[in-house]
Design a protein around this ligand. Structure first.
Ligand SMILES: [Zn+2]
Length: 318
């Protein structure tokens, strides 16, 4: 069962999926004032992006905006209703920089109870439920509050069966996040680590993949973080190392300048219309036949999301 904002669906209904996006989001007010490019609160623009995604062949997406990043369950339900795109919403938190001002002193149990409520009952008192439990850390560090959130997320995951999603800052601290999850008894095959494409380091990626987690290849189109070739090479290196079943893709487009509906940026059609054709071409150039190219694309867009976003039976401690 996969939990979307408009209800639970069977994994076979998920279809072509982006595994880390933002439709309606904003950082806290102090950051929004400093960097207004990060404020994407226009519902009509979000609907336009979701329509372009659907018209490019998209069916579903994980909307990764958390408690501390302007998440709006009513807007997500409205976008799903207007476009037919199946949206998976986020329970939990992003990173300390965003949540510590309002919730930095909470004990583990309070984070955990909020996350469980968001998955089981609804987000912010709505009937819209979270389909993923999120946590995160900062650049090259995990604060004490972030560690409590990671432990809380692990426990909320074990109580609900919802998959886990980790924000890494610039692709750092993935192995440290995983070590905490392991201490909490998490089945690492139920975890995705995001933003490792900000740290294009094939050896490091292999260490992460060897733990069994999914690696979310997001930031696609963001040349400001390095050319597309680096992300493509790193993805193909993981495929050649036998990790094709652990890869997810998305754009993580969270700036007005990233989105077509605001500023004619690449937008939510980019991965399907531009990036996947390039990946196909590069796989062919490196000797893959059509069958293999197709199997890889299906794994990234359909098969892996179908497995990753599916809830498992709860396995609470005690
Ligand atoms: Zn994101």
């Amino acid at each position: 069962m996969i939990r979307t904002v408009t209800g639970d669906i069977e994994p076979d209904q998920l279809g072509v999926t982006y595994s880390h996006e933002h439709l309606v989001a904003t950082p806290p007010p102090w950051m929004a004032a400093k960097d207004p490019d990060l404020v994407i609160l226009d519902l009509d623009a979000a609907i336009e992006e979701a329509r372009m995604f659907r018209d490019a062949g998209g069916r579903s997406m994980f909307e990764a905006s958390a408690w501390d990043y302007g998440r709006d369950p009513h807007a997500l339900a409205a976008i799903a209703a207007a476009t037919g795109v199946q949206i998976i919403a986020t329970a939990g938190f992003n990173k300390g920089l965003w949540f510590e001002g309002r919730a930095g002193d909470w004990p583990i149990e309070r984070y955990e109870e909020l996350m469980v409520t968001e998955v089981v009952e609804g987000i912010d008192g709505s009937a819209v439920r979270g389909g993923v439990v999120k946590f995160g850390s900062g650049y090259n560090s995990i604060s004490a509050a972030e560690e409590r959130v990671i432990r809380a997320a692990a426990r909320a995951h074990r109580r609900t069966g919802a998959p886990l999603h980790g924000h890494t800052e610039a692709g750092t601290m993935a192995l440290e996040q995983i070590a905490i999850l392991r201490e909490e008894g998490v089945d690492l095959r139920r975890v995705a680590i995001a933003h490792l494409t900000r740290n294009v380091d094939p050896w490091y990626h292999r260490q992460v993949a060897d733990t069994g987690v999914y690696l979310c290849f997001d930031q696609l189109s963001k040349v400001r973080y390095g050319p597309e070739s680096g992300r493509i090479d790193a993805l193909i290196a993981l495929i050649e190392a036998g990790h094709v079943d652990q890869l997810l893709v998305g754009g993580d487009l969270a700036r007005r300048s990233d989105l077509y509906a605001y500023e004619r940026g690449p937008g939510l059609r980019y991965v399907l219309e531009t990036w996947i054709p390039r990946l196909r071409a590069e796989l062919r150039e490196r000797g893959s036949d059509e069958d293999r190219v197709e199997r890889i694309v299906q794994a990234l867009l359909v098969e892996n999301p179908r497995r990753y976003f599916d809830f498992t039976e709860p396995y609470p401690c005690r």
